[in-house]
Ligand binder design. Structure first.
Ligand code: DON
Length: 558
């Protein structure tokens, strides 16, 4: 039955390049085969949600380092003529999670325990999220098996070609293994499962067993994952290595549905992800602050003011945000308030970089494995979806019999307000690990409307750099007036308040860099500042898409 669906759908080609123009519908994912999967579904009459679900299942095959069935994500959906929705299928702390599990016998935190191996794994949300989205917001014309079909097709003979991004991720994995780091037992097993060291010199990565997993989900539904044989194996695998996730955790996992965060900026209406994402609040606050600093449509963006804005907004992220609670939701509204923007603008000096202490004294996380996809269909429905396993290859554990990687998203929690996370940084107490909570995220799916019609769909991967890269892409299109292709290709900068560094991509204008140094910024070059996938819709209906050339995606559309 599934193979009929697969053969029936065919697999269209992705665009020959990282940017593309189309008339009717478009998918922009960070792997060409994933965009093709979404386009196949759009051609069969599926809507933007069906296409996003198909694209995401395809990413679970071709981007195992970034996302997949063992991870979680967020989806923002614009539905012409009716209310937009935001789906939260982020990973969640198991009921038996306990901060003391991460302490040694002297009571000291061992951060490595929340970063790698069984205690790093949050209850995966992706399968339930995708099935929920398909059932509730899909067109109803295509069965789950049909939507999973293209992904199933991509599992081919149990291997996928290794592209540059996957090659680098594998190199990172092996570098840790041979580089003298203490590699946990679980990680050694992971490396053994996916191949020998020589594997990275070959062209194919083994995805053994994923075919049967997709087949089972497509035909049996999500319960096969959350309450059936896959759940049994997730629980058994984690238990073997000291994990605490139970059958009840998986069976009780629920998708949360919210109204997206709505704010106006530069004459547009934005739909963004509310907590546990920090993306919407930080983007909204940054846009407000830039407006308060005098940025107007038609102007270029002053990079010093942009850096100061990011510092201020990231500091608020660290102080105010965490999983949903009345206090967090209250402070999100405060962050979006025009008065807050005026107050922050007063603290910014136009000629001099602020010190980090201007904005308080705690910091946020920085990390490395996520995937963003954008879709617009022929009826103007749009989806912005970002999914992750957190760091590349997540916890570096696989559920062997089913071939997928388990996340290490619990590392997005803080253990306490002083213990540094994976990158030596700290976070606020509002984001402390608690049983049943979902950790704060930087994933920032964004949809921008003009007079009720979609103008831009954007988002990125790249930890906290997701927020800055999405902000800059949106500003380049909406304020500066660049095409989405120029906007995605433009070199970006990133400031996350702490550390006291302004990260800049190569190929920035030398004069600009000198001016930033003169104003007191400490610059550090960074190859990647987020990987953005964006689609814009022009007033005449033309769709233009760009997939960040540094990750290797290509859009697909007609
Ligand atoms: O939700 C978050 O903020 C992180 N788990 C995202 C990690 C990420 O983007 C890694 N990057 N490519």
């Amino acid at each position: 039955m599934l193979s009929v669906a697969v053969t029936g759908c065919g697999m269209p080609a992705a665009a020959p390049s990282w940017h593309h123009q189309a008339r009717h519908h478009m998918v922009a994912a960070d792997h060409p085969d994933a965009s093709r999967a979404g386009l196949a579904i759009l051609r069969r009459g599926g809507n933007a949600v069906d296409a996003a679900v198909a694209t995401s299942f395809a990413l679970a095959v071709v981007r195992p380092e970034s996302c997949g069935l063992g991870g979680g994500g967020f989806m923002v959906i614009h539905r012409p003529g009716t209310d937009p929705v935001a789906l939260d299928y982020r990973e969640q702390a198991p009921a038996a999670s306990n901060i003391n599990l991460y302490r040694d016998e002297n009571g000291e935190f061992v951060p490595e325990r929340i970063r790698r191996g069984a205690l790093a794994v949050g209850i995966p949300g992706t399968v339930r999220g995708l099935c929920y989205a398909h059932k509730k917001y899909g067109s109803g014309k295509l069965t789950l098996a049909e939507v999973v079909g293209p992904a199933f097709h991509l599992t081919g003979n149990g291997t996928i070609p290794i592209d540059e991004h996957l090659r680098l991720a594998l190199c990172g994995l092996y570098a840790d293994k041979v580089g003298g780091h203490a590699v946990p037992e679980t990680e050694q097993a992971f490396v053994r499962q996916i191949g020998s060291y020589a594997h990275i010199n070959e062209h194919y990565y083994r995805i053994t067993n994923l075919k049967r997993t997709l087949y089972a989900i497509a035909l049996e539904g999500e319960d096969y994952f959350y309450e059936g044989p896959i759940a049994d194996d997730i629980v058994a695998t984690l238990k073997q290595f000291g994990g605490v996730m139970t059958h009840a955790d998986l069976a009780n996992y629920e998708v949360r549905e919210f109204t997206p965060l709505k704010f106006d900026a530069f004459g547009y209406q934005c739909l963004a992800m509310p907590p546990p994402s920090s993306g919407g609040a930080v983007i909204g606050e940054a846009f407000n602050l830039l407006s308060a600093l005098g940025v107007q449509p038609g102007q270029s963006i002053d990079k010093h003011l942009l850096a100061e804005t990011l510092k201020a907004a990231f500091a608020d992220r660290a102080h105010f945000l965490g999983d949903r609670s009345p206090a967090v939701l209250h402070d999100v509204q405060r962050m979006l308030d025009a008065e807050r923007a005026t107050e922050l603008a007063r603290r910014i000096n136009r000629d001099r970089a602020s010190t980090t202490s201007t904005w308080g004294n705690i910091a946020i996380s920085d990390d490395g494995g996520t995937s963003h996809l954008s879709v617009i269909d022929r009826n103007g429905m749009a989806v912005a979806c970002t999914e992750s396993v957190n760091l590349e290859f997540g916890s570096r554990m696989r559920v062997a019999g089913w071939g997928f990687v388990l996340n290490n998203t619990l590392d997005d929690f803080a253990l306490d307000a002083t213990t540094p996370n994976a990158f030596g940084l700290r976070q606020s107490e509002r984001n402390l690990l608690r049983p049943g909570a979902r950790p704060l995220s930087s994933m920032s799916p964004l949809i921008v409307l003009k007079d009720g019609k979609v103008r831009l769909v954007a988002g990125a991967s790249g930890g906290p750099r997701i927020i800055s890269s999405t902000v800059q892409t949106a500003l380049n299109v909406l304020v500066v007036g660049q095409s989405v292709r120029a906007a995605v290709a433009a070199p970006r900068l990133h400031h996350q308040w702490l550390p006291e560094k302004l990260y800049v991509q190569p190929f920035q204008d030398v004069e600009l860099l000198n001016e930033l140094r003169r104003k007191g910024h400490t610059l550090q070059t960074r190859r990647d500042i987020g990987h953005v996938q964006a689609i814009e819709r022009l007033p005449d209906g033309t769709l233009r898409a760009a997939c960040d050339p540094l990750k290797g995606g290509r859009p697909a559309g007609d």
